[in-house]
Design a protein around this ligand. Sequence first.
Ligand code: CAA
Length: 256
Amino acid sequence: MAMKLSYDGVFAIITLDRPDALNALRFQMLEALSDAVDEVAASDARALIVVGAGDKAFCAGADIKELMNRSLMEQRRGAQLGQCAFGKISKLPIPSVAVIHGYAFGGGLELAMGCTFRIATERARMGLPEIKLGLIPGYGGTQRLPRLIGEARALEMVMSGRTVDAKEAERWGLVNRIVEDGDPLTLGKQFMSEFIGYGLCASQFAREAVERGMETTVEAGLAIEADLSTLAYQTQDAVEGMTAFVEKRKPEFKDA
Ligand code: CAA
């Protein structure tokens, strides 16, 4: 299948498993990925980790050989399929991380940008090289990249197709942090363990406030924040969190 979904305790794990082709995304893999994300959404997992198999790549992008000789409508459906699969990851109720331990190019970087977070090892190399193929990014890159790193830097990457190393990616905010080389799954678990101890209500409201706010004016964003923050006060977890502080004990959140 070239894509695997597995679970390990609180973690759901998606592994791109086509190392001979640097985990390049065939359309069948995108369909499987989309179904896998639906399954994760319905599961009890508290975090999703996306990794690539093999030493060399997270994912080298869409499968170029498969992109060739397709009709105009097939190309459009292909773009919509990738956008839909990565959009589902971005809308999951739980946070996700892409662990970039090698190449993340084109659709591979677009997949990583659909995740809530990205971490990279020193060896990571990232880029949107579609322009070198006479193409432009089609799985969300032209939209998510400027939101992450700003318009000027996004245009630089998209219009030159140049490769960015881990240090530059961290400096630009394309990745959250650089981590020491190691097993990608272990690195992902270590990173995500910072986020999974809290109640889902507050965690989801916080993310929603930031993400919805990014799409609108500061004024409208502040209204979203006021509403979601008021909603957070209504939860049992908020009562528990504040009571536990006053009683000098660890809170026990119940996602309620
Ligand atoms: N599609 C299909 N096959 C790919 C691939 C891709 N995107 N990337 C790598 N492969 C295959 C190679 O064809 C090669 O297979 P063979 O051994 O059968 O020839 C194998 O993976 C190993 O690749 P290389 O020999 O090229 O490895 P390298 O270490 O010399 O180079 C690389 C690595 C710089 C990542 C290089 O493979 C490369 O430039 N890949 C293409 C990257 C790219 O352009 N990605 C964008 C794709 S278009 C896209 O993603 C559109 C979109 O927005 C959705």
